[in-house]
Design a protein around this ligand. Structure first.
Ligand code: SF4
Ligand code: SF4
Length: 480
């Protein structure tokens, strides 16, 4: 009798949970001390003095830098730009882009590490954390503590400081677009415009969200620059790297410890994790170059401090290049690689763009006059003469008042009326519309179009007439 065959039981598939979303771990970096930390502090102070301070600077009776969007004028000290000058703004963007390409090719993520607003505001928020809650260990401990009166008091002080910084940042941002000396009192007495106030609140909120809440997540997931900058890197670009050849095998030890007989000597890394503890993005630089590294150099400072304590040479983590690690040249030769084709190419384009922009601005016409035929008024007779109507649009893009006079030519007898004899005065940054009339004898202008020429002379108020500059504008006179 044959035995019934039993099928071997299929192993049960283990239930696996795939997390599609993982909350970011809060990173509490330790404060780094050293030359790069000092440089970062200097850069933060310098950039923020510029950002917070510039709107308060006055120039010839008005805000020195004022992007007056409703008035369609950008004031940058003596330079007054109009919508027609958008070309210069494009030039400025080209310069910024090539400046960033050039700089990134040479020095990697220096922009991210020292002057990007995201890094700067994250660092300011970290300063507040550090000031109110203490350094890394105290902050970690406080986070684990249950809520009690002390914790509430500490957090309340911290959030009050953060609120002040964010609110002032929002107000300062708006101060680049509206006169800040009027906006600030208006905020406090409740008369500020809804748009300006809303923009300040939004900008302050974004500062809090990006600088305090999201922090490094912005660099990891939102910043496009972090993604495409690797295209600008080459093996001579400065990067912050751990020298594994010198550091490995890593291992803890006491200062001046000597390996025992037969023991494999250790590398210079004592595995203290100081470089990881100071990292604002929470990575371990010893794992190699990672896109999360924002190039802040905090790990260099932390490691140098350890190397000093151990009596080892500094630079286990340092600015260096891939080519140095490949032994193509030494750290001492890095400067010689500055004049490589890619750097020279970006630098050349940058130089041409800067010179072009400067020449363009220096030679730009500050007075723009358009003659527009008034299509609502046909040719008409006035005191026996034929008359056409025109509208003049006079735009003064300088910061000083200009006096404009005009004459017209095209017929043996031609007269211009509508402009004061002594000229019209146009204030700096103003656009003035003036209706004028041109008249001639009927025998000169038979049926059809006749070309005529307006000649405008303009000079700064108070200047003699022989200093006047000239603009010529063609127009058409319609005959009977
Ligand atoms: S700080 Fe320097 S010694 Fe300490 S773990 Fe990092 S690399 Fe090693
Ligand atoms: S690994 Fe990068 S981000 Fe982290 S501390 Fe070093 S330089 Fe800064």
């Amino acid at each position: 009798m044959s035995q019934p065959t039993t099928q071997p039981e299929k192993p049960q598939a283990k239930e696996q949970v795939i997390q599609l979303y993982q909350g970011a771990k809060r990173i509490h970096p330790k404060m780094a001390k050293g030359r790069f930390a000092n440089l970062r502090i200097f850069m933060i102070i310098a950039t923020q003095l510029f950002f917070y301070g510039m709107p308060w600077l006055m120039w010839h009776g008005r805000q020195a830098v004022w992007f007056d969007i409703p008035g369609r004028h950008f004031y940058i000290f003596s330079l007054v730009l109009e919508p027609a000058d958008l070309l210069y703004l494009t030039g400025l963007l080209v310069i910024s882009a090539f400046g960033l390409f050039w700089w990134t090719t040479i020095a990697g993520r220096l922009w991210c590490g020292y002057s990007c607003p995201q890094t700067v505001y994250t660092e300011i928020m970290l300063w507040i954390d550090h000031l109110v809650e203490g350094d890394r260990n105290k902050r970690l401990k406080l986070d684990k503590e249950p809520w009690n009166a002390r914790k509430i008091r500490i957090k309340a002080i911290k959030y009050l400081l953060i609120f002040i910084v964010c609110a002032w940042t929002g107000i300062s941002f708006v101060g680049w677009f509206v006169p800040i000396r009027e906006f600030v009192p208006a905020v406090f007495n409740g008369t500020a415009s809804g748009v300006a106030l809303g923009t300040a609140i939004f900008y302050g909120f974004v500062t809090w969200l990006f600088g305090h809440i999201m922090r490094q997540q912005v660099c990891f997931y939102m910043c496009p620059y972090a993604r495409f900058q690797s295209a600008m890197f080459d093996h001579d670009t400065l990067i912050i790297s751990y020298d594994a050849e010198r550091g490995e095998p890593r291992g803890a030890r006491k200062k001046n410890a000597v390996p025992k007989e037969g023991e494999k000597p250790l590398g210079d890394c004592i595995n203290c994790t100081a470089c990881v503890q100071v990292c604002p993005t929470g990575i371990d630089i010893r794992d190699g170059l990672q896109y999360q590294c924002i190039g802040c150099a905090a790990c260099i400072d932390a490691c140098d401090e350890i190397m000093d304590k151990m009596g080892y040479q500094r630079g286990l983590i340092r600015y260096t290049t891939e080519a140095v690690f490949k032994k193509e040249y030494t750290d001492a030769d890095i400067k010689k690689r500055l004049l490589r084709p890619k750097v020279v190419g970006y630098g050349g384009v940058l130089l041409v763009a800067i010179v072009g922009l400067l020449v363009g601005i220096a030679t730009r016409q500050t007075m723009q006059i358009d003659v527009i035929k008034d299509r609502g008024v046909m040719v008409r007779e006035n005191k026996g003469m034929l008359e056409n109507a025109y509208n003049l649009s006079i735009s003064n893009a300088s910061e000083n008042t200009q006096i404009v006079t005009a004459t017209v030519s095209g017929f043996d007898d031609i007269r211009l009326t509508g402009l004061p004899e002594n000229g019209i005065s146009v204030k700096g940054g103003d656009i003035v519309k003036v209706p004028v009339q041109v008249a001639t004898q009927p025998e000169y202008a038979d049926k059809g179009s006749h070309p005529i020429l307006f000649t405008f002379k303009y000079r700064e108020e108070g200047q003699p007439e022989d200093k006047a500059r000239e603009i010529k504008e063609k127009a058409i006179f319609i005959g009977e």
